[in-house]
Ligand binder design. Structure first.
Ligand SMILES: [Zn+2]
Length: 115
């Protein structure tokens, strides 16, 4: 499943961060999770909870912030929210737009415990 490989990626990133920051533990990881990322936050959380049991991140708490998409209309330039393609601008009814927010998953913050 897609979410499992994403959760695995997160664990890899946590491992790198732990090393880089010389942390004893990563207590908490907070993610900004775009609704247009193509992944399901609930499935992602489930995958992370299962996978972390086999790692040094057993006690790492995951917090997910759902980020609403923001699309910029290519015609009128207004910003709107849309959840599926093709994006229809509610202001000028033009199809198409540029995603400016909500298509990515990234780490917003990490809470670490030092030695
Ligand atoms: Zn428009």
């Amino acid at each position: 499943m897609h979410e499992y490989s994403l959760a695995n990626n997160l664990i890899e990133i946590l491992r790198e961060q732990k090393k880089e920051k010389k942390a004893k533990k990563i207590l908490k990881v907070e993610l900004d999770f775009g609704k247009l990322s193509g992944a399901e936050p609930f499935l992602f959380e489930e995958a992370f909870e299962i996978l972390k049991k086999e790692t040094e991140f057993k006690e790492t708490e995951l917090k997910i912030n759902i980020i609403e998409p923001e699309i910029k209309c290519l015609k009128c330039g207004k910003i709107f929210n849309a959840l599926s393609f093709p994006f229809l601008c509610p202001f000028c009814e033009n199809f198409g737009g540029e995603i400016i927010k909500g298509d990515k998953i990234f780490i917003k913050s990490l809470v670490i415990e030092n030695f």
